[in-house]
Ligand binder design. Structure first.
Ligand code: AMP
Length: 395
């Protein structure tokens, strides 16, 4: 895919409206994970160093078009400024006179954060007048929030119709990583799809079987496939009503020459809690009243053998209930092997969506894979093969 980047535009002396992702997790008014802020620093620094005015636009939470003081972006300013190592001003509205005054006060290289775009109804409606009001304060639109690119909102799509638009460095890195993993990947490609339920990942599974060479199905969703093949999964998380769907996905995989790798053994417990008494069994021997909470060691061996032969892996979802020990073992062991292969230059590995970032962090490999995407829905929609409106406008 082709898209314009900061290399294609002169930002010096220009007012750059930079759409970023500042939807950071907060606990008691404090940022509990600053990964998203870390990710946007390169774009801000580059524009500022080149003498552009950096005007940050972002949403926070879901205020639904109303001013909700608890959803103000103001508390983020301090942390952003600290991490950036320079002052960041705050504008109490993203449009209108308050925004105009704040922008007019900027010197070249300055950084300004404007208030939550979702305080206005026009943001989520992609309202033309609202896009115009945002555009009034800028000369260039820099789109750097891949995580919001699956939504056609004023600050992700509308602005691109009003101003020259380019991808920021974070958006660029994300698009390049995703292209390398699914767009035009080096084969063999192994996709890993885990997590809780098949029902939330149907489109994903169907798209992947047409694109990858091996599809590893793990986590709770594997139980639905195992049950559909006639195995008794006892009390495991399982969508029994999706047995036909699971069989269709397997049939489709056979047609498309995609190998499906399901668990061959599993870790079974009677309680869903840390340290619960557990046994390792074959998938045909799940004890009465037991729940499959992780893949077993033979399955880990099979997955790692597939990784060893792969050139590319793309991963969404954990292989077990990784938040509670010892049911994190399969996710940790396979993620660590993927990291080892990646560090040895043998593998391109891209992971993201939902709980995957915390699973990779838990395994200690978030910095060792080729790319870990912090985008949730946008990453999944990309894996589903959908065109993202916020990416299309950058073409
Ligand atoms: P998702 O958001 O769909 O990627 O699902 C992630 C969740 O799936 C995590 O909270 C895991 O604990 C959960 N999960 C993974 N494997 C299992 C399993 N075998 N049984 C129950 N929950 C699981």
């Amino acid at each position: 895919m082709t898209f314009k980047t900061l290399d294609d535009i002169d930002v010096s002396g220009k007012r750059c409206l930079v759409r970023v992702d500042l939807n950071v997790p907060m606990e008691n008014g404090k940022i509990s994970d600053a990964t998203r802020i870390e990710r946007i620093l390169p774009t801000i620094k580059e524009i500022s160093d080149k003498g552009g005015k950096v005007i940050l636009l972002a949403h926070f939470d879901r205020p639904k078009g109303k001013i909700v003081p608890e959803m103000s972006l103001s508390p983020v300013t301090h942390t952003l400024s600290e991490m950036l190592g320079k002052p960041v001003a705050f504008g109490t509205d993203c449009i209108g006179p308050m925004a105009e005054v704040a922008v007019n006060a900027m010197k070249d290289g300055d950084v300004l954060l404007l208030e939550n775009t979702r305080f206005h109804e026009g943001e989520e409606n992609n309202d033309i007048a609202f896009s115009g009001a945002l555009a009034a304060n800028g000369d260039i639109f820099v789109s750097d929030a891949f995580s919001a690119a699956h939504r056609a909102h004023a600050s992700t799509v509308g602005l691109a119709n009003k101003l020259p638009a380019v991808a920021g460095r974070t958006m660029q890195a994300e698009l390049e990583a995703l292209s390398a993993a699914l767009g035009n990947p080096k084969h063999p490609v192994v996709a890993v799809v885990g997590g809780a339920k098949v029902s939330t990942k149907l489109d994903l599974l169907l798209n992947l079987v047409s694109k990858v060479d091996t599809l590893v199905i793990g986590g709770g969703m594997a139980n639905t496939f195992l049950a559909a093949q006639g195995h008794n999964v006892q009390k495991s998380l399982c969508e029994h009503d999706l047995a036909d769907t699971a069989r269709n996905i397997i049939d489709e995989a056979v047609k498309q020459n995609c190998a499906i790798l399901l668990p061959i053994d599993c870790v079974v417990a009677k309680e869903f809690k840390a340290g619960a008494e557990n046994t390792i069994t074959g998938i045909d021997a799940v004890t009465e009243g037991g729940m499959i909470l992780d893949a077993g060691p033979k399955t880990v061996e099979a997955i790692n053998a597939a990784f060893a032969k792969a050139e590319t892996i793309i991963w969404n979802g954990p292989l077990g209930a990784f938040e509670i020990t010892p049911f994190d073992k399969a996710t940790v062991a396979t993620a660590q092997f993927a990291a080892t292969q990646t560090k040895a230059g043998k593998l391109i590995s891209v992971a993201g969506g939902g709980d995957t970032v915390s699973a990779m962090k838990h395994a200690g490999v978030a910095d060792d894979l080729t790319y870990v995407s912090t985008a949730g829905g946008a990453f999944l929609e990309w894996m589903e093969g959908k065109e993202l409106p916020g990416v299309k406008v950058l073409g």
